[in-house]
Design a protein. Structure first.
Ligand SMILES: [Zn+2]
Length: 536
């Protein structure tokens, strides 16, 4: 503006006077003219100085405003006025889905110039993406400060100042996949299930989908918040069951039994055997039975795992395993301790570690319950997914994450979150053997021992052509009646990777009060994966 005014002859007041011309035109009245020219020049200098000072002040004010509204110290202060200041100057940033796959980058949450937040997918992403108001939840709540802050360049800021519009807040790019999330949501919703699905990428730790039902529409919180906060209908919509749900793991816990067995006995794949003669194990109060009191007869480890024979695993844990070693394995597997996860979650618990912490001996009855993931054992779907991820990834757990990058409104990458190795949960050799066990669950495979077909409890996956599934089912009893939660946890290998067995996606499904795992959780997992791999 300033430069333009100087150059333009039309802007009279700022024009540089042509003194030469005045002098030459009139010799007699020269002095008057000279006086007049001097005074004009002085006015000109004063004017220019004023313009400069004004512009400088504007820039300084703009800079101060920018600095003030972006100071974390202000943000962390819960004073509503200061938060109001941020909202007054910055438009809250956008949350996007991942564009790693064909579904592409989609808006999951965005704000208008009045900072009204909208969630185009409504209930589908409600727990993962979360919400900004009412204290915040999910990614929107977790990244609150970054989304409300604007890190655009100084030049960019001037543009927004000129337009008198809000500075764009920083945008968050997530690892979530719109298609996978929709498939998971629809598979659960079809039967009005309560439960959770979490899908991750074991080679990177990227969380691809996270669904919890019942959910809520984050666009409607002004109408529904109080009821949900007080849980008036007992549905617990605000609980993210994928991370905060605590369930008895049922037979999915046999993955841990098998890991321990293989750690202590590397030849167990070849020489383990158990004769499930009566379909029960133990006596009196301290006894458990196989599903439907089935007699599984003579079995090796693969058969016992594929059949999910309770008697075999109760016998293994109570008679074959070294409990001190099992305890340290469970600690390594993050039971009764923190999980590597940044958003809210519930810790898992095993009675083996609870009794140790209390300086008590574990009773035989409790020990049999531990073996089959019953009793007081509690696990979140997130935790079971982490264990499965490590099995799928040669024993190494990649830290699960949902935020890929943070980008300023002018396109500058502020932070990039790369895959991070969390820790090795088991040896590569043990992981490989457990994968073999998990393959037997999802297939109908001839026994090494008898040559006859062994029907795994998730054999519904048998015969998929675009991918191959590995897994473990679980039916977790709770309460006094015949209530049970249905579990499936496993992973898939895309058809082109069948040979090297490179795991593609890891999926964990829990259906509350859903009955038998193979009846309820397996079809949900299979529907999601069939759609993802274009199986039909
Ligand atoms: Zn049995």
């Amino acid at each position: 503006m300033w430069k333009k005014n100087q150059d333009s002859p039309d802007e009279g007041g700022v024009r540089v006077p042509d003194t030469k011309r005045f002098r030459n035109d009139s010799g007699n009245s020269g002095e008057i003219h000279v006086e007049s020219v001097k005074s004009r020049a002085r006015r000109q200098i004063v004017f220019s100085a004023v313009v400069f000072v004004l512009l400088f002040s504007l820039m300084a004010a703009s800079f101060c405003r920018y600095a003030i509204v972006n100071q974390r110290i202000l943000f962390d202060n819960s004073d509503n006025n200061r938060r109001y200041l941020l909202e007054k100057h910055n438009r809250r940033g956008t949350i996007y889905s991942s564009d790693d796959y064909s579904s592409g980058e989609e808006v999951l949450a965005e704000s208008d110039d009045e900072n009204n937040r909208s969630y185009p997918y409504g209930e589908i992403f409600c727990h993962a993406v979360g919400f900004a108001s009412y204290g915040g939840g999910g990614i929107d709540g977790y990244m609150d400060y970054q989304l409300m802050t604007s890190n655009i360049s100084f030049q960019e800021r001037l543009k927004y100042d000129k337009e008198e519009s809000l500075y764009p807040g920083n945008d968050v790019f997530t690892t979530l996949d719109v298609n996978l999330q929709q498939y998971a949501y629809e598979a659960l919703l079809r039967e009005y299930y309560r439960g959770a699905v979490i899908i991750t990428e074991p080679s990177t730790g990227k969380i691809r989908a996270m669904v919890s039902l019942p959910g809520f529409d984050p666009n409607m919180l002004d109408y529904t918040w109080e009821g949900m906060r007080d849980d008036v209908n007992g549905r617990g919509e605000l609980v993210n069951r994928a991370t905060q749900g605590s369930y008895p793991p049922g037979s999915t816990f046999k993955i841990l039994d098998a890991i321990e067995m293989l750690q202590e006995n590397p030849s167990a794949m070849e020489d383990y055997s158990f004769d499930c003669q009566t379909g029960t194990f133990g006596e009196g109060d301290a006894s458990i039975h196989c599903f439907d009191y089935e007699h599984h007869h003579e079995q090796n480890l693969k058969e016992a795992f594929a059949h999910s024979c309770n008697s075999a695993f109760a016998s293994m844990v109570s008679e074959d395993l070294n409990l001190d070693q099992f305890r340290s394995t469970l600690k390594k597997m993050m039971f009764n301790g923190p999980l590597p996860y940044s958003l809210p979650y519930s810790e898992s618990s095993s009675q083996l570690l609870v009794t140790e912490a209390n300086g008590e001996e574990i009773s035989r009855k409790e020990l049999l319950q531990v073996a089959i993931g019953q009793g007081s054992t509690l696990v979140s779907p997130l935790h079971m997914n982490m264990i499965t991820m490590a099995v799928a990834n040669n024993g190494v757990l990649m830290r699960p994450y949902m935020i890929e990058s943070l980008m300023a409104g002018d396109g500058k990458i502020l932070r990039q979150y790369d895959p991070k190795t969390e820790k090795r949960l088991m040896d590569e050799d043990v992981a490989r053997k457990v994968r073999t066990l998990m393959r037997g669950v999802t297939n109908v495979l001839p026994s090494d021992r008898t040559g006859e077909n062994v029907w795994g409890t998730a054999n519904e996956f048998n015969g998929t052509t675009n991918y191959m599934a590995y897994g473990k089912t679980g039916t977790a009893e709770f309460g006094d009646e015949d209530d049970s939660h249905a579990w499936f946890t496993g992973f898939t290998v895309a058809d082109e990777d069948r040979e090297d067995g490179q795991a593609d996606l890891c999926i964990t499904v829990v259906i509350e009060n859903g009955g038998v795992g193979s009846d309820k959780a397996v079809p949900v997992a299979k529907e999601i994966m069939d759609r993802w791999y274009g199986e039909y």
